[in-house]
Design a protein around this ligand. Sequence first.
Ligand code: MN
Length: 513
Amino acid sequence: MIKAFEQYEVWFVTGAQLLYGGDAVVAVDGHSTEMVEGLNASGKLPVKVVYKGTANSSKEVEAVFKAANNDEKCIGVITWMHTFSPAKMWIHGLQQLKKPLMHLHTQYNAEIPWDTMDMDFMNLNQSAHGDREFGHICTRMRIRRKVVVGYWKDEETQRKIAIWMRVCAGWADSQDMLILRFGDQMNNVAVTDGDKVEAEQRMGYHVDYCPVSELMSYHKDIKDEEVDALVKIYFNEYDHDAELEDKNTEAYKKVWNSAKAELAIRAILKAKGAKGFTTNFDDLGDVNVDETGNGFDQIPGLAAQRLMAEGYGFGAEGDWKSAALYRTVWVMNQGLPTGCSFLEDYTLNFDGANSSILQSHMLEICPLISAAKPRLEVHFLGIGIRKSQTARLVFTSKVGTGCTATIVDLGNRFRLIVNDVECIEPKPLPKLPVASALWIPMPNFEVGAGAWILAGGTHHSCFSYDLTAEYWEDYAEIAGIEMVHINKDTTMSEFKKELRMNEVYYMLNKALM
Ligand code: MN
């Protein structure tokens, strides 16, 4: 259905045993084949399901799970017990399995055939029984997994499988994720910092420092013709004043230089196989760039906007956790209709029940969330080491519900904080020509912002209209990190209790590991 996930597979393994004879296993195999074909034909699943046969013994379970670990296409395993499958035979396999696990509690037939059901039928169709046995051993072994309960042909069941598949794709992508930091973090900022070793162990991504001078070695190799061609694309893709195309103006030069910056950043990301990057407005190459040409003459905000839309992770001011998380959001969001972006809490608007937060940044907001065609504009930007006329895409976001997320490092663990939000119609901002969104955090501004702050959440977050908290629940389960979800039902007193309980849980959990 979606090309972005074509390189991936999810494996389907059916548990059985030989107690009921070879014929029973043949029937289980036939039903499983039909179910997997049905799931693939539903058009609801973003990743192809591949049936890997029945597992009838400890050796067979171990063999198929080891194969899953070693197959790069395989991003997750779905298990289902058609008939009874004594769970001790799953122990060795589950000890080995490194890929995300979903336990699908379903049944081949929807209803009991009341008039014809006999003992043979009941023995064959006993997932009600077998799935509990399998669930027990997973819980006994503390195996993290998603349990989906429902008839396999039902849309709701397929919707849950689809969500988990997208998360598995994001997870697989992040196991091979390199984030480049051009320059270091903005000095003295706490929340954007954290333990990169633990991040690689937990979330999979690798974070490297890259001197701006190295980026500049790519910058100087960019050909003028390439830049001219990209500027043409800008003028085709975005609304703009006709004067902006006048090559004799400073504004045109700024657009041109922005295009060159975009080409340079993309070139180094490609050369190094990086999936995301951070910038730092205090480190843009030579300070005397006008003489040496060995630096950016403006913050590469337009480049960040466009590269985000293309799928590169981005975090401002060296925020590598947000860069990596945005990349994961973008992957999970592939093919979904409404879009995603890196955002920053900027300014509050107190307005009773409609009190809201302006989400913006200096420039770096992804145009995938724009309500209309973005406008390419050039304005003065007085922040950072290079105070300059600066090219950017200007737009306001779509109106509608969404979900935003961030990961913070609490010292002993990572915490994923998720907040449902409602994007509302902003008023015009004639003196603030940047991209922005305006939202009310759920359940309302007071509790939403209060809970986020108590949880230690960043001012940066990764937002999507299409992803819901269910995606993040699956993600946190796979990663084995804490997640707190601020939503329409959140109250401060219950939320505080949850944070306190989690503190104890994760302290004990760490001790057990
Ligand atoms: Mn920022």
